[in-house]
Write a protein that binds this ligand. Sequence first.
Ligand SMILES: [Zn+2]
Ligand SMILES: [Zn+2]
Length: 414
Amino acid sequence: MNYKSPRGTHDVFGKTVLWLNLLEQKAKEIFIRHGFEEVRTPIFEEATLFTRSIGQTTDIVEKEMYIFEDRKKRKLALRPEGTASLARAFIEHRMDTLSPACKFFYLGEMFRYERPQAGRYRQFRQIGAEIYANSSPAADAEIIILAQEILFSLGIDKINIHINSLGCEKCRPLFRETLIKYFSFVKNLCKDCLRRLKKNPLRLFDCKVDSCKFTGVPEMLGYLCCDCKDNFYIVQLLLKKANCNFTVNGKLVRGLDYYTKTVFEVRSDAVGPQDTLVAGGRYDNLVKEIGGQNTPAVGFAIGVERALFAAQSVGFFDNLKNPEKFFLAITDQELFSEAFAFAVKATRYGINGNKDISVFGPINGKSLTNQLKFADKIQVSKTIIFAKAEFENGEVLIKNMKDKTQSKVELNKL
Ligand SMILES: [Zn+2]
Ligand SMILES: [Zn+2]
């Protein structure tokens, strides 16, 4: 039987796993500088958490969720995104009392049953940030700048930030009606669009089949109430003040139901033509929708696989410093335990005070020639040879594997 990783999943190993770690570490450093705290939520939740928050008529809920029953017939779902889980945890643990700044971040695997294609997986990773209990447009601006900063820290500086406002419960209904009217005149809408037209006309913007037919579509920006207009103006003002370049894009609509007011996407040519690396926005009704107090919130999620690819294509990982590799060889079997003890010491305290090292060996029962061949194979830079005559004088030989030069060093000076 030949097993393969399930369709739409992939193993991460070799260089890629180092890059992934570096990417996550960069993001964590920036989150901490901005006062965000990490939250790790379970991989699965009650399925209704997602249907209620993300919205019944979204692609995620209609087609892409991994739903299963456990042995007690509980209906569970692998998390398709991080925002709903974090909001659930926020309510459950009264996190507003524990961390009054209410700034949180998460990173981890998400699951969506999508048609696998380049850069899109059924198990994928997202890094996300959320600010709760803060309705100020400054929070929106901070979230956008934070996303930009993480991409910059990965060398991804050719980005376009698109922002839009989707309005609030006061101003959106009129826009909705106008949209329904507009779409009713578009001929040959696909089945999905026809079904969604009455329930959620905003969703039609995302339709891959029909969106090319929509010309002169009304935009939410023309329907914003005074509140939403002021809000959107201040977001833009703060972004400009912080030298954060952006484009107002009236056609930008996020695929999830919970968004209100500011929405944004960060796109980059590094991945594909204008592919989205980050998506986010404000969702002031989400916490209340899933049973919490009325709590405004704003956040984003970064698609890790795409960000990784973008960072790689701009050469961010090209000059990555690897730890120096050492191999410990022995000329006589009786020196094995000495070399072994040195390996333990070296991995604990470093060699010459340098802890950024990888130590290999010693190996039992191989000739010195074969030990050195192995050292070459794993591409170490130096081999420390425990040789009998030298060891009796408290010395070892250090062989530079590149130029093949050799020198003697006192063992306890290493
Ligand atoms: Zn409004
Ligand atoms: Zn359609």
